[in-house]
Design a protein around this ligand. Structure first.
Ligand SMILES: *Cc1c(COP(=O)(O)O)cnc(C)c1O
Length: 424
């Protein structure tokens, strides 16, 4: 019997808070009922009602090859048949660490954890342990997972210190977290342990770093003796084979990864020079551990994914992203809507505004103008799934053919006609 999404949502809400295990999935920012996925393959997901969607969510990034890639599924099956967790080291962990070390200049040593949240949380602990300092600087609108320290809110001023970003996060937990505007190099003093940044901000729509911003940030950290942390949970192995640090030729002190490096299984990692990483237990005094860390299924899925990502794949991703960006711009230019499509390599976002925002203050009014919500629903009704929130980006995968991109553009032209303020 086919169970309707509506019914599943009601059932889910009875036993799972809000019916979901991560808030954005609830459609609370776009309204309506989420589709409950039954299965997925390549560029598509199908819901329990049997509706097919061309998927630009792709699990928010991990599925760069598209869903259910045969090589990834085979790697997972093969790993699973050998047992699913041991509490002892495996060769698979070495292989994936070696792959990351090989691809990213500056990385010598990698520690695997179970999520991006764990990666950034521990990167901060490492930075504090190394520098013996306590202050952390983060940028407003950059998301680094949900650890207490990083759930700090921005005030309206230039820099805000110690404002909790969530109920349940006491001000004491964010006392040492300073929140500053993206794209402006903050003052960094001798009390700052680390500055953490998404090198390309991809959790407030897509906001590109201004030319020189990351380089200047690196220099400012160096002269203050603070460590620079690149949160590459999205940009890592998506922006290029060496992520954002290669793309911009800026070498941070610590890198954080997640998403792609687990090929769709729960994973995270942080990485640095061998010297920095030696501060971690068991060689150093910064404690960190994990029962399921370096899980063999996740390692196998991540390795299978990275093995299929070479230069031609990045070129292809960038070419379909360009095609999508140009097509959307043209489609929308024929309507009364204003749109800008920020794009960095294969990363792409949508803002319904005339000007590209440079920071969260500028993003907020655009994201809240209601047009994304209308666009989202128009697309979904026609079988194209975008992220159910205006602060996300699109994740075209290697399974998205040029034909599918063109289909997306055609559908978008229909949708914008419908939502144009003057209803052309
Ligand atoms: C998704 C994300 C995280 C958090 O990763 P989880 O695996 O969801 O904990 C951290 N940083 C960035 C930039 C992300 O996009």
């Amino acid at each position: 019997m086919v169970e309707k999404n509506q019914n599943l949502f009601e059932r889910a809400k009875k036993v799972i808070p809000g019916g979901v295990n991560s808030p954005v999935r609830s459609f609370s920012s776009v309204g309506g009922v989420p589709y409950f996925v039954r299965n997925a393959e390549g560029p598509y997901v199908w819901d329990e009602e049997g509706n097919r969607y061309l998927d630009y969510v792709q699990s928010y990034g991990p599925m760069i090859l598209g869903h259910s890639h045969p090589a990834v599924i085979e790697a997972i099956n093969k790993a699973a048949s050998c047992g699913t967790s041991y509490g002892a080291p495996t060769k698979k962990e070495i292989v994936l660490a070696e792959t990351i070390v090989e691809r990213v200049k500056g990385i010598e040593s990698v520690r695997f954890v179970n999520s991006g949240t764990e990666a950034t949380m521990t990167a901060l602990r490492l930075a504090r342990g190394v520098t013996k300092r306590s202050k952390i600087i983060k940028f407003s609108g950059c998301y680094h997972g949900h650890s207490d320290t990083l759930l700090a809110a921005a005030g309206s001023g230039v820099a805000t210190q110690g404002i909790s970003g969530s109920d349940g996060v006491p001000e004491s937990a964010v006392f040492d977290t300073l929140v500053v505007p993206f794209n402006r190099v903050p003052e960094i003093d001798q009390s700052t342990a680390a500055v953490i940044v998404e090198p390309v901000a991809a959790n407030m729509g897509l906001v590109e770093p201004k030319p020189g911003f990351l380089q200047e940030l690196k220099m400012a950290c160096n002269s203050a003796g603070a460590l620079l942390i690149f949160d590459e949970v999205i940009t890592g192995f998506r922006l290029s084979s060496g992520g954002a640090s290669k793309w911009y030729d800026v070498t941070p002190d610590i890198w954080c990864y997640g998403k792609i490096i687990g090929g769709g299984l729960p994973v995270g990692a942080f990485a640095a020079s061998r010297e920095l990483m030696s501060y971690l237990a068991p060689t150093g005094g910064v404690y960190q551990a994990g029962t399921l860390s370096g899980n063999p299924l996740a390692m196998a899925a991540g390795q299978a994914t990275l093995e299929l990502l070479g230069e031609p794949e990045y070129e292809y991703l960038e070419s379909i992203t360009n095609r999508l960006a140009e097509g959307l711009k043209e489609a929308i230019s024929k309507s009364d809507l204003e749109i800008c499509i920020p794009k960095v390599g294969p990363l792409i976002g949508i803002f319904f505004s005339v000007n590209k925002p440079d920071n969260f203050e500028e993003v907020k009014p655009i994201a809240e103008n209601g047009l994304y919500r209308d666009f989202f629903h128009g697309m979904l009704e026609r079988g194209v799934a975008l992220a159910p929130g205006p602060y996300e980006v699109l994740f075209p995968s290697l399974a998205h053919t040029e034909k599918l991109i063109d289909e997306t553009i055609e559908i978008a032209s229909d949708v914008v006609k419908e939502i144009s303020p003057n209803g052309t």
